[in-house]
Design a protein around this ligand. Structure first.
Ligand code: SAH
Length: 225
């Protein structure tokens, strides 16, 4: 099949949203240093094209961030894969808190690996769309909340792992408090243009921090809308 006919006849899973496109993405992620086979498998089986507008579906399996409306983006697959690796490298966490549901893609990837994903989004409109996707895909271990993620999800804490998918200058204190004693937190930190993907490991009351990669995320804001 030529590339052109692949695009022209793309209907729900053929052509540019096909398994072949996903396999190519996984091969690229492997070249770019993603090693964990559990993560590569989930990326291979998660239909990223269902988390974006239909008009962008032909680009779903490119390793790029894409717009999802309201000035927000679905994260780049490499970033989703790397953050997921970091969250599970010391053992599969049971309860994971995500700040910034956005399209729901990162939450869907995590839901295939952990017991329960708790995800908080400040923009009601995006959260409604994400919830619909979770329902349609029968992802029943994802719990959602419309709130300012800076306060975490106090009623469900502690969490074995926390991931922020929006960038702040530092990790909000309340999120650190909601991390279990041996927990791991992954977040983009720093000013726009100079963000570092950062991993914090909690050892009781102490936190060890590592900066792992240059990244570019939308900002962590306050309040809800
Ligand atoms: N994980 C998402 C990435 C979305 S972009 C995905 O896979 O598609 C980051 C998201 O964080 C945006 O939807 C933005 O609205 C949200 N966000 C920013 N600040 C927030 C806050 N304080 N609390 C909750 N969500 C926030």
């Amino acid at each position: 099949m030529s590339v052109l006919s692949g695009v022209a006849h793309d209907r729900g899973g053929s052509g540019m949203t096909s398994q072949r496109a996903r396999d190519r993405l996984v091969a690229r992620l492997r070249e770019e240093g993603i090693k964990d086979p559990r993560v590569l498998d989930v990326i291979r089986t998660t239909p990223r094209h269902l988390f974006i507008d239909e008009a962008l579906a032909p680009r779903a399996y490119e390793d790029v961030a894409l717009p999802i409306g309201l000035g927000q983006t679905i994260s780049q697959p490499w970033v989703v894969a790397r953050m997921t690796e970091l969250l599970i490298e010391r053992g599969i966490p049971k309860r994971v808190l995500e700040i910034g549901t956005g399209s729901g893609y990162q939450a869907a990837v995590l839901s295939a690996l952990v017991e329960t994903v708790y995800t908080v989004e400040r923009l009601d409109e995006l959260l409604r769309q994400a919830r619909r996707r979770f329902r349609n895909m029968k992802l029943e271990n994802i719990r959602t909340r419309h709130d300012d993620g800076n306060i975490g999800w106090p009623g469900e804490a502690p969490f074995d792992a926390i991931v922020l998918t929006a960038a702040g200058e530092s990790v909000p204190r309340k999120l650190l408090d909601q991390l279990s004693p041996q927990g791991v937190l992954v977040a983009p930190l720093g000013p726009s243009g100079k963000q570092k993907l950062t991993r914090l490991r909690r050892e009781g009351d102490a936190f060890a921090s590592d900066e792992l990669a240059d990244v570019s995320f939308v900002p962590l804001l306050g309040g809800v809308a």
